[in-house]
Ligand binder design. Structure first.
Ligand SMILES: Cc1ncc(COP(=O)(O)O)c(C=O)c1O
Length: 463
């Protein structure tokens, strides 16, 4: 990739709009700003609105977004840390928690917090278990999870000095619970399973993990960030969903993202605990701070009332019937995609998926990343995976529009033909993933990723 291509990818507007490097002396005209933002939003939404993107956008309904945006604006400026000023936030937050706890079949005494997203929910759970371990005299805490559990846990472990032990998968691509048991020791504070995991969308054997957790006196967090707002409806629709929620003995906490299949605006997730005592482990209070008595339920300090109000409104404006019909449409589209993949020689579906279809090549001559190159050229945006090299299509509501899944299957067949024709050529994304496997490659990739992060946080360079 040339430097110009890289810059165009990161800063596509650098030639059309002024790049600000300091606050301008005089206010910029509001109409000008609104026009610029409107243009960028229109450009960037187009691909998702057409249904060509895997995951990422969950509702796709612009009326819904507009309604939520309106609700958001009523409290966007409100800091709900100041509850005396904004008691409505207590109503919204408490009711979101109650609705989610009921959806997750929590027992009496269950308790939730609202966080900024799936990563914060996972890291907060990790923190609660680390604190619980400390109280029990654990000084070198570790957690045990399958390799497919979300990487935010690795991030949290890195920040909080909790060792993260990764267990391999069973042949069905779900967690190998026996392998997890081998990794447990007297410093283990919790197990983690996913329902479903990000790479392959599969539900780990949560019941078996629950037994292991109970046997060994450990916490068990279930990451339902992605699937938590789908499984309850799929179960109700008659799909065979293995046990994963609080009905499983041994499950002590569950994360479920309102900003994914909850169809809320971006910026909220929920973390639910089996008991209030567990939730308390992630509170922070400091009574003797010169700034006054400080108390906060989690990581965030100031929080926008707009997000809490609009998340509350998203759950209510969708309703059970809305969630059920969306879940049905998602499964229908996912089935078409799964059948389509299974019908293409050389491709193999990973595991027994539901709404997220991951697939890999079964043929050494078929490079799945070349398949991705061709799909990209046809306008699709799938997620590329590694170990094993694969792609996944996480079906969301925009993908359920008539004809989208069928069009994908046709383009996928053409992409496989393209990959066969171009066999042996380096794929655009393949080189990156190929490098990840070796210590040297890891370092080079890490350096590259670090530079990209630097660039993402800076304005476009001067021409
Ligand atoms: C299973 C799972 N857990 C956690 C996360 C992290 O969520 P977020 O991106 O909201 O931090 C994701 C994101 O896709 C996910 O799929």
């Amino acid at each position: 990739m040339s430097e110009d291509e890289l810059l165009d990818g990161l800063y596509p507007y650098r030639r059309d709009y002024r790049t600000y490097r300091a606050i301008p002396q005089d206010p910029v005209d509001r109409a000008e700003l609104a026009a610029a933002v409107g243009f960028m939003a229109g450009q960037e939404d187009a691909m998702g609105d057409e249904g060509l993107v895997s995951g990422s956008l969950y509702s796709g309904d612009h009326d819904h977004y507009e309604f939520l945006g309106d609700i958001f604006s009523r409290f966007s400026h409100a800091n709900i840390l100041q509850r005396d000023m904004y008691p409505s936030a207590t109503k919204f937050e408490g009711e979101i928690a109650a609705m989610v706890l009921s959806m997750l079949q929590a027992p009496e005494g269950g308790a939730s917090v609202i966080t900024s997203g799936g990563s914060e929910s996972l890291i907060s759970a990790l923190y609660a278990y680390r604190e619980q371990g400390r109280r029990n005299g654990i000084t070198r805490p570790n957690i045990v999870m399958p390799v497919t559990a979300h990487v935010a846990l690795d991030k949290g472990g890195h920040w909080m000095n909790v060792e993260v032990r990764h267990a391999p998968l069973a042949p069905d691509y779900r967690a190998d619970v026996a392998a997890m048991a081998e990794l447990v020791d007297d410093q283990t504070v919790a197990l983690v399973g996913s329902a479903g995991n990000y790479p392959h969308g599969l539900i780990d054997p949560i019941s078996e993990m629950g037994e292991l957790a109970q046997e060994r006196g450990l916490g068990l967090h279930v990451d339902g960030c992605l699937g938590g707002f789908l499984w309850p409806w799929l179960e109700e629709l008659g799909y065979d969903i293995p046990p994963w929620d609080f009905r499983v003995p041994g499950v002590t906490s569950i994360s479920a993202d309102t900003h994914k299949f909850g169809y809320a605006l971006k910026g909220t997730s929920t973390l639910s605990f089996r008991s209030k005592d567990l939730r308390r482990l992630q509170y922070f209070t400091k009574p003797d701070w010169p700034g006054g008595l400080y108390l906060s339920p989690g990581l965030a300090g100031s929080r926008s009332g707009g997000l809490i109000a609009s998340t509350w409104a998203a759950l209510l404006a969708t309703g059970r019937s809305g969630y059920l019909s969306a879940a049905q449409e998602i499964m229908t589209a996912a089935r078409t995609i799964r059948d389509g993949v299974e019908g293409i020689a050389g491709l193999e579906v990973i595991g027994d998926p539901y709404f997220l279809v991951a697939f890999k090549s079964q043929d050494p001559d078929l490079d799945i990343y070349l398949v991705n190159d061709s799909l990209k050229a046809a306008g699709w945006r799938l997620n590329a995976l590694q170990s094993p090299a694969a792609l996944h299509f996480c079906v969301t509501r925009p993908n359920t529009a008539p004809g989208v899944a069928e069009r994908f299957v046709a383009d996928l067949a053409a992409a496989v033909a393209y990959a066969r024709e171009h066999r042996g050529e380096p794929a655009d994304s393949g080189a990156m993933y190929g490098m990840g496997g070796t210590p040297q490659g890891d370092q080079t990739l890490n350096d590259l990723m670090t530079s990209v992060l630097d660039m993402m946080l800076e304005p476009a360079p001067e021409e």
